[in-house]
Unconditional design. Sequence first.
Length: 114
Amino acid sequence: MKLIVDSGSTKTDWIGVDENDSKVFETQTLGLNPQVLTSNIIKERVINNFELYQSRKKITHLYFYGAGCGTEPPRILIKKFLSQSFLMHQLLLKRIHMQLYTHAQIKVRSLLFP
């Protein structure tokens, strides 16, 4: 399963998609900006979410688009946390935001591979 994450300072949107790019779940947590939060606060915000906790061992690819990842120290913090929290083969960190879904429900493949 792929997990696509769009994170700002106030909220984080999470979408899990299967191998056919069909949405498995969609959830939201508080923001995960690693420049202003400690690793303990980030961990608490993620592990208290039922969908994320239930799916953590099924994630093969994680795409994290987030605020606060513009410099190396915050990138290391968030990368370390995500790597420890989810079993995955590939992790992609970007400091820009993306639109995950529009009302027309754009296919995930077109977002990842334009």
